[in-house]
Design a protein around this ligand. Structure first.
Ligand code: NDP
Ligand code: HEM
Length: 495
């Protein structure tokens, strides 16, 4: 049945005409009083909001998280309170470096950002499809990201900038190797894993802390494009991953991920007995030492009805935790805690938490008032200060986390040239060794292809510096890349 609805202005005035502007005579100039024309043009001019400074190109869907295994001995978070419990959630995938209109199949990490609407507040786990990252200190983030964006002079992406930075910052090597493997070009978003990446903490009912890593293993199986396939898909369909996600969910083929965790006791994490820093984002916790523990299943089962409303306006922040889940001393996580809400205030405005997709569906109470686009009742007639004698608002100290025992002087800079901190090579080397011969070959060829783009007067210096890193990770890897680049190296494989 056809619905008969009247076209109106935003203030409700019915249109008498929508395709002809008021004019003096059929060929004459237009009238200033044509408010509808002004309203249409003015709103159109304001349709764009700033795109995310990173992760601008993305896709998302709503879904459900279901608990399958009991982890209440680690956490009192209500989302994990009983087997079978379901929590509504949102997942936004993304590429990192490209603009909002860039291709889905670019070689890039993929964002894996989740918002769980729990009764203790919204919990955001803002991860990637890789367990590690390029840098381990947030002061480096903007410099690193600049190398992934456009050259300020040519306005082109620049392999020279990328490899110059990576070669000068060897802690990137682990993430760069994953990026250069075929996992750097996943077959859409359904066939890749997600990782919380950082070390987080869990707090149990007795207020004890455990450190934890989150892993989301794809139930669809890992599937990647080769370099050539990714390039072909870019020419054929820039929006491959968006199309793949929306079509599968529309068809009832709901993608799933199994949530697993690794846990480390607080005593062990803080004792410095383990050979690596458990809060270093460039390292994984080897599964042999910290096995995966089953927790539950994420299923995406509902496409958003309106992309801009629910996905473009979605605001994820690692700072958004809930009772039973906490931060950690990971320096990168600490930096991100401040960065994301700041970015949201710039991109979406100070009241971004009131946009329906970001709003906590359960009660929120505070004394924040006013600001642009306040639309939630603004606290009504209630007091706007604390403490007061009227509203009976309480602070609940039951939510207090256990104190974190830290006893160190503060300093601008700590020497990281200590054992365990400065080994940027063993884990990338381990990864290369567990790859199949075909994966190794593809990775080597992808690196050769990418490094072949280095140009300019510093080319030899950058290539040699980066080669020495590959060599230190794995002699065979370094030698194969040098060979492919036609560089004559005379290096001993390190012990
Ligand atoms: P394991 O053999 O127990 O684990 C290896 C892991 O590597 C698996 O989780 C596998 O994920 C993943 N993997 C396989 N190929 C690739 C690839 N091309 N890119 C990224 N990940 C891949 O060994 P360890 O735990 O000792 O780790 C060895 C190396 O594996 C690490 O140095 C690290 O580079 C990598 N890795 C380790 C992870 C961890 O949390 N320990 C997580 C991811 C990677 P899948 O099951 O999905 O195939
Ligand atoms: C998006 C900053 C590291 C994953 C963003 C945004 C900023 C940012 C400003 C845009 C937010 C917005 O406008 O909504 C930083 C800083 C980092 C850092 C300062 C380091 C100090 C990381 C790491 C990961 C990550 C380590 C993954 C483990 C993401 C994801 C998004 C994102 C997935 C997109 C979220 C979405 O879908 O809306 N980051 N980031 N970032 N970041 Fe980071």
């Amino acid at each position: 049945m056809k619905l008969h609805k009247k076209l109106t202005t935003a203030s409700g005035r019915p249109y008498v005409e929508n395709e002809n502007s008021q004019s003096v005579g059929s060929r004459g100039p237009l009238l200033l009083q044509d408010y509808i024309l002004h309203e249409k043009m003015a709103h159109f001019n304001r349709e764009r909001i700033p795109e995310r400074v990173v992760h601008a190109k993305g896709s998302g869907a709503f879904g459900t998280f279901t608990v399958t295994h009991d982890i209440t001995k680690y956490t009192k978070a209500k989302i994990f309170s009983e087997i079978g419990k379901e929590t509504k959630m949102l997942l936004r995938f993304s590429t990192v470096g490209g603009e909002k209109g860039s291709a889905d199949t670019e070689r890039d990490p993929r964002g894996f950002a989740m918002k769980f609407y729990t009764e203790d507040g919204n919990w955001d786990l803002v991860g990637n499809n890789t367990p590690v990252f390029f840098v381990k200190d947030p002061k480096k983030f903007d410099d690193f990201i600049h190398t992934q964006k456009r050259d300020p002079h040519t306005n082109l992406k620049s392999p020279t900038m990328m490899w110059d930075y990576w070669s000068l910052n060897p802690e990137s090597l682990h993430q760069v190797l994953i990026l250069m493997s075929d996992r750097g070009t996943p077959y859409g978003y359904r066939h890749m894993n997600g990782y919380g990446s950082h070390t987080y903490s869990m707090i149990d009912a007795a207020n004890r802390r455990t450190y934890v890593k989150f892993h989301f293993k794809t139930a669809q199986g890992i599937r990647n494009f080769t370099n050539e396939e990714a390039a072909q898909m870019k020419a054929h369909d820039m929006d491959f991953a968006q199309r793949d996600l929306i079509e599968n969910i529309d068809a009832g083929n709901f993608p799933k991920w199994d949530l697993k965790i690794q846990v480390m006791s607080e005593e062990e994490a803080l004792s410095q007995d383990y050979y690596l820093n458990p809060f270093d984002l460039t390292k994984v916790w080897p599964h042999g030492d910290y096995p995966l523990i089953d927790v539950g299943v994420v299923e995406l089962n509902q496409n958003p009805h309106n992309y801009f409303q629910d996905i473009e306006q979605a605001a994820f922040a690692p700072a958004h935790i809930v009772d039973g889940i906490g931060y950690s001393p990971d320096k990168m996580l600490q930096g991100r805690l401040l960065s994301y809400p700041d970015a949201h205030r710039y991109r979406l405005g100070t009241n971004y938490e009131q946009i329906p997709v970001n709003r906590c569906p359960f009660a929120t109470n505070n004394y924040q008032r006013d600001g642009q686009m306040r639309v939630d009742g603004n606290g009504g007639e209630n007091p706007n200060y604390f403490p007061n004698s009227f509203d009976g608002m309480e602070i609940d100290s039951a939510y207090q986390e256990p104190p974190l025992p830290i006893d160190s002087p503060y300093a601008d800079w700590y020497d990281r040239n200590c054992e365990g901190e400065n080994d940027h090579f063993t884990q990338p080397g381990n990864l290369f060794k567990i790859m199949t011969p075909e994966q190794q070959l593809n990775t080597i060829n992808n690196i050769i292809g990418a490094m072949s783009g280095i140009e300019g007067p510093k080319k030899a210096e950058i290539v040699n510096r980066q080669l020495s890193h590959w060599y230190r990770a794995d002699g065979r890897l370094g030698a194969a890349i040098a060979d492919g680049l036609g560089v004559d190296v005379d290096m001993e494989e390190p012990e």
